[in-house]
Design a protein around this ligand. Structure first.
Ligand SMILES: Nc1ncnc2c1ncn2[C@@H]1O[C@H](COP(=O)(O)OP(=O)(O)O)[C@@H](O)[C@H]1O
Ligand SMILES: [Mg+2]
Length: 251
């Protein structure tokens, strides 16, 4: 059974062609109709299917469209054309801190972020200790989040998102934020979820991590799917890109 079905998705962004220095200039140009936009496709005709139980990895260079694709799957962005259908509950770990208020304490943010993810306060009460233990931040609970490092924020975000045993977990680079012990712990938690039937779609800069965790991989290149298939094949091809680039540079 497919859990995520992406069909012919394209995502177009309009980018201002000329530099507009201030808001007044922007509105004058807009009213006069002289503001020029350049269309830019972050994704072009992307299709992929994630089956139940897959741990699906997305690889590709910076700017290839990985985050844009995850946002479309999570429903944060609406594609310019095409469709993305998701079956089941989804825990998105996409923009770190998006569901947090940096002025509030960690304790308050656990409830706030839980609410953003649709969790009842009573449920969070029951799971509070589990979340705090997993994030290992008990001594910092009443400190505003703005004083946390990005790794600490990632711990809380991951702990909250995975406490629900979602049908689908989507994670964008989150596992590369914390220290190696935390990464190990996240991988362990992901394996638990996977053995409980959770389907995973992840972006990671670490090819090692993709090879350890994933069974299938799609390689995005300038917004196009360059290759998708079993993890060994796609990762081998992706890695050989680095080798040939290195050889080219040396020649
Ligand atoms: N909101 C946006 N407006 C304009 N361009 C964007 C926006 N979001 C992403 N892009 C552009 O789309 C391309 C793909 O970005 P992204 O999906 O973040 O790539 P990746 O995650 O693979 O590094 C990049 O060129 C980026 O600058
Ligand atoms: Mg990205």
């Amino acid at each position: 059974m497919s859990m995520i079905e992406v069909r012919d998705v394209s995502m177009r962004f309009n980018m201002a062609k000329e530099r507009v220095d201030n808001l007044k200039e922007y509105f004058i140009k807009r009213v006069k109709g002289t503001l020029k936009f350049e269309e830019f496709y972050a994704l072009t005709d992307v299709s992929l299917t994630v089956e139940k139980g897959d741990v699906y990895g997305l690889v590709g260079l910076n700017g290839s469209g990985k985050s844009t694709l995850l946002k479309i799957v999570a429903g944060v962005l609406k594609p310019s054309s095409g469709t993305a259908v998701v079956r089941g509950t989804i825990a998105p770990l996409i923009e770190l801190g998006a569901g947090f208020d940096m002025d509030l304490t960690a304790r308050e943010n656990i409830y706030l972020n839980g609410a953003v993810l649709g969790l009842e306060p009573a449920f969070i009460d029951a799971k509070f200790d589990e979340i705090v233990d997993f994030s290992e931040l008990r001594n910092f609970l009443d400190v505003p989040l703005k004083n946390y490092s990005s790794g600490m924020v990632a711990r809380i975000a991951f702990a909250i998102a995975t406490v629900t045993k979602p049908d689908i977990l989507i994670a964008d680079e989150i596992l590369s934020v914390g220290d190696f012990l935390f990464q190990k712990k996240c991988e362990q938690r992901m394996r638990e979820l996977m053995s409980g039937g959770t389907t995973v779609l992840i972006v990671s800069h670490s090819i090692d991590q993709i090879e350890r965790l994933c069974n299938r991989v799609a390689w995005l290149d300038h917004g196009h799917i360059r290759m998708d298939g079993p993890v060994e094949e796609v990762c081998a091809a992706y890695k050989s890109l680095g080798q040939s680039a290195g050889e080219g540079a040396g020649a």
